[in-house]
Design a protein around this ligand. Structure first.
Ligand code: NAD
Length: 380
């Protein structure tokens, strides 16, 4: 089969779904690769790099969509890209089928099969294809780097001839993939790190990384574990206690990284205006949930603002794209693993096994039919 990767057309997107290394790995599955000229440029990969790895470079998207059997890309297709899909073709990309119902309908009407990388089930066998986790890991790391770039002090404490410097205090709200990456990065920079999550099972991970898990002094305690490593909504009583805890933390911490997410819902609002007002001037909030409305009341999506009391609030939604070489490398590997599962005989022939939980779960349209939502996975 011919696997093709176009230039990303979404504004500001710097990632690419195929790297020279993944071209070599895909060849081992019996497939060949095509790349649109310039597709890897913003992520640091030149046409010559792809050619050296064995890919053919095509001059434009039309040529790519005409020739390729499978299109691998990062962002969901634009309207123009959907119009280039054809019957029998497969598209593998992030798709967000809940938010993009019409797009999914139109793509399936073209007769194409759509594999949504955001729908890969969160089960251990599928970790190698879990592109959301790959990207969240990068976002968590980058959130801390962004915080430090906007924080006019050291993270680590120091005793110098010119005086003693206290370590920065970092609070991470939500200790899923992005939160744990943020905790690891902030502790390695020498900050004092505290973290809160509604799922009690993450406390050990938090503590093993050298951070403090903030327990709620509350009968029900942390109680909002949902399924598949995701949280369920908290009760109003729980939420009140949580906000009380954050109110106590607000004047003490220097950096707040918020990552709280409940799937398919708006982000829970956890850092209120009065908490921002209670923070010291020079403090920084990085709100990773900005895409879904933000965990902080004052976050503005895709913007960095400074409040009247001198608190910087960063609401960027493109952290992975800001580290395009790293994120493309991981994403391309996730895609290559998906292709490996789709090519069990490694003979260049795709077998879309709809009995396989991972393939079924991520296939949102199949040969002209919408196949989303999938049945619940059988394997844990
Ligand atoms: P995840 O599901 O692994 O983690 C979210 C965590 O939030 C879970 O541990 C959950 O228990 C916790 N949580 C839910 N409600 C909470 C509450 N009320 N209080 C405290 N914790 C709560 O998700 P993830 O993959 O780590 O992603 C985290 C966020 O980062 C998401 O909003 C995602 O969209 C976002 N993200 C942003 C960027 C960006 O560039 N800004 C990039 C990637 C991911």
């Amino acid at each position: 089969m011919l696997i093709g990767t176009p230039v990303e057309t979404f504004e500001g997107e710097k990632r690419v779904a195929m790297t020279p290394k993944s071209v070599e790995d895909i060849a081992k599955l019996g497939h060949s690769c095509l790349i649109e000229t310039g597709a890897g440029a913003a992520a640091g990969f030149s046409d010559a790099d792809y050619e050296a790895a064995g890919a053919d470079v095509v001059p434009d998207a039309k040529a790519l969509y005409d020739e390729a059997d499978i299109i691998a890309k990062v962002q969901p297709p634009s309207d123009a890209e959907v119009d280039m899909l054809r019957s029998g073709q497969t598209l593998i990309s992030f798709f967000w089928p809940v938010a993009n119902e019409d797009l999914l309908e139109r793509a399936s009407e073209r007769g194409a099969t759509i594999i949504a990388m955001d729908m890969v089930p969160r089960i251990s066998r599928a970790q190698k294809m879990d592109a959301l986790s790959s990207m969240a890991n990068i976002a968590g790391y980058r959130a801390v780097i962004e915080a430090s770039a906007n924080f006019e002090r050291f993270f680590t404490g120091q005793v110098t001839a010119a005086g003693k410097v206290p370590p920065a205090k970092v609070l991470v709200v939500g200790a899923g993939v992005a939160g744990l990456a943020a905790i690891g990065t902030a502790t390695s920079l020498g900050a004092i790190v505290r973290a809160f999550d509604v799922r009690p099972e993450v406390s050990e991970q938090i503590e093993s990384m050298g951070a403090e898990f903030l327990f709620l002094d509350f009968e029900d305690s942390q109680d909002s574990s949902g399924s598949g490593g995701y949280a369920a909504p908290s009760s109003p009583e729980f939420r009140e206690k949580q906000l009380e805890l954050f109110r106590q933390q607000a004047p003490d911490v220097d950096i707040v990284i918020t990552t709280a997410l409940i799937p398919n819902r708006e982000a829970p609002e956890l850092w209120t205006e009065d908490m921002v007002k209670a923070m010291k001037p020079g403090s920084v909030i990085v709100d990773l949930a900005a895409e879904k409305g933000g965990n902080c009341k004052l976050t503005q999506k895709d913007k960095k603002i400074v409040t009247d009391n001198g608190v910087t609030i960063v609401g960027y939604t493109d952290f992975p794209s800001r580290m395009a070489t790293q994120s493309s490398t991981l994403y391309a590997t996730n895609i290559r693993h998906m292709l490996t599962d789709l090519t069990p005989e490694k003979d260049g022939t795709v077998n879309q096994n709809m009995e396989d939980d991972v393939i079924r779960g991520s296939t949102v349209a199949h040969a002209g039919e919408v196949t989303f939502p999938p049945p619940p996975p059988k394997v844990k």
